[in-house]
Structure formats: C-alpha cells, structure tokens
Design a binder for this molecule. Structure first.
Ligand SMILES: [Mg+2]
Length: 262
C-alpha cells in the first residue's frame, strides 16, 4: 500500500512540474523570445504549410480560404469524379506551383536556434514518395526549404527513416530533418523519437497554424510529462497582401484545373 502511495505521489509531483500551454501569435518577435527559452533538451518543431511556406498562387493562400470555400467545395465534387490518372495529374500540377516563405525572417530564426545546439525538426501532414512526374514529394519539399536557407537535417545524424506504429503500419517517413506523415502528428513524432533513444527531451516547442494539431501535441506532452509551448502561428492570415479581385481568383482556379463547370 505504501509503495502505491509513494508511486502516486511521485507521479503527481512530476506532473505538477511540467507545464503545457498554447498561445496564438503572428509576431516573429514573440516567437524568437519563446525560442530563446529552448535548450539542448528542447525539441523545436515547425509545421511546413502556412508556417514556413505558402503557395505563391494567390488563390491558395490561407486568408482567402473562407471567401473561396464554395468554389473549392464544387471543385472537390468535380475532382472526385475524375479518373485516377486525371486526379494524379491535377495533384501533381498543384504540387508544382512554386511556394514562398510565410515570413522572410523565419530562416534566420531557425539558424539562430540551431546555432545554440537546439534540435529542430519539421513535421508536416504531407505524403511522401512519387507522385506523377514528381519522383519524391519529400525531396521536393526539402529542396524548396534549402533554397530558402532552411536546413533541418543539421540537427540529426540519420538522414532517412521509415516510421511505423506499434502494429507495424506505415506512419510516413523521416527525411533530411523532416517528418512527412498522413497520420496524427504526435503518432509520427512518437515513432521518430523511438529511433533516437539517446535524445532525451524535457520540452517541446511546436509551431503550427492548426489548433487541432497543437492540442493533440499538448496531450502527447502531458502524458509524457514534457513541458510544452504550442504556438498557433497566424501570420498567413494577418500579413499584408495585395488587393485581391475574388472573381479573378475564381477564373484563376478554373484555368489551373481546366474545369469549365465550376
Ligand atoms: Mg500547416
């Protein structure tokens, strides 16, 4: 009985020690100051889409989602009825649209964190492997980031690793500092952390634009008694954009997907 009491008090004490929080910001200054609190036992994780990079095509930039959601809804219905070959062709064309940085200061922030010996990781809900004429989605993403001066591979000795769950089902891939997964992000992270047993982290800082991802990671951190700062990064919604003609956007979408019945 005493043994159990001791165990439960220990668990209680440990859980009381760790802190988890999520905050929302578009400020690079605040992001930098939070990352200044990272040390060699902190893992700083960046989402890719809408945190590091965004589409150069105005129609696919996040601040317009709400205004064009009906068009996208119609497009999805048309897309569903296309042949697998046509679907692949369109997906491939979408992937080949150039991207740009969400914030031009982000590469510098990442380099500063890395120069202090803090481990950084990219964690994206994107597929991996071949798609149409694209030999490797992960290579395309990593080379785009490298072009912007972002290199997460610096933090890790391994360059490629398949990620699997406890039932041996695929969770995606770790490639040159980035995790590509179609599963829940914490699941893929858990699988990756298992591959690097020598790295013991006490804190996670996770920057993502989706609250849902941040909350899942908060639960993951809570269970593992890790300190956690989740940052809901909202720069894609607040940054200055050129004046936008929504009808022109609609026309652009039609042209892009060559769909006449939108
Ligand atoms: Mg994102």
């Amino acid at each position: 009985m005493l043994k159990y009491l001791f165990y439960f008090s220990l668990v209680f004490m440990l859980s009381a020690c760790s802190e988890q929080q999520i905050l929302k910001t578009d400020s690079m200054k605040l992001l930098s100051s939070i990352c200044k609190g990272a040390d060699s036992q902190t893992l700083v994780i960046f989402d890719m889409d809408n945190v590091l990079t965004e589409s150069q095509e105005r129609a696919f930039q996040a601040d317009l989602y709400e205004q064009i959601k009906n068009i996208v809804f119609d497009y999805k219905k048309v897309f569903k009825n296309l042949s697998p070959a046509d679907q692949e062709k369109i997906k491939c064309e979408q992937w080949l649209i150039p991207v740009q940085l969400v914030d031009y200061c982000m590469p510098k922030l990442i380099k500063t964190i890395q120069s202090r010996g803090v481990k950084t990781l990219m964690l994206t809900s994107n597929p991996c492997g071949k798609l149409g004429s694209i030999e490797s989605i992960e290579e395309l993403c990593i080379s785009r980031l490298e072009h912007f001066g972002i290199d997460f591979s610096k933090s890790w000795n391994i360059s490629e690793q398949r990620l699997r769950d406890e039932e041996n089902k695929s969770l995606g891939i770790f490639y040159k500092g980035g995790i590509f997964t179609m599963a829940a992000k914490p699941l893929a992270l858990k699988s990756f952390l298992k591959q690097i047993p020598n790295c013991k982290f006490t804190k996670i800082i996770f920057i993502d634009d989706k609250k849902e991802n941040l909350e899942k990671m908060l639960n993951f951190s809570k269970i593992r008694n890790l300190n956690y700062v989740g940052i809901e990064y909202s720069k894609v919604f607040t940054k200055k954009r050129p004046e936008t003609d929504i009808n022109a956007i609609k026309q652009n979408l039609k042209n892009l997907f060559q769909l006449s019945n939108l």
